[in-house]
Design a protein around this ligand. Sequence first.
Ligand code: SF4
Length: 141
Amino acid sequence: MSTGAPVRYRPHHFLCSLGFEGKGYSDGFTANMAAIVMGRLRAPGGDATVIEVTRAADDICAPCPKRIGEGCEAGEKIDRLDTAHAFALNLAAGDRLTWGEAKARIKASVPAGSLHRLCAGCEWEPLGLCEAALARLHAEE
Ligand code: SF4
């Protein structure tokens, strides 16, 4: 079942969406991310949501206070995260996959306990929310 137009994601936002728990960089950023993650990906049937990979500012970045056009004021760090996540999940710009396929790929390719390396430099990583979500994914049948 199709669930609307594809969501556009840069590579590291697949795992960010797995770990998202309603925290973000601003009220507008958080509301937009909640609409995508809670409103689409985690809604009933959300596993069928198609996501298209981009290497520029995406649907999560759109209202971010740190976005500068298609880039980011933390561009070097974001590029490093995208490169690491693209490698780990075998993602390239233009690829399309469903959220269900993305979660299966995360489960197959990202071991529990590995985000301190994969996400090094991300300010959210030390909170442990994403690592907890990854552990829950691995615990699912
Ligand atoms: S630690 Fe940061 S980069 Fe890694 S999944 Fe969480 S929010 Fe995304």
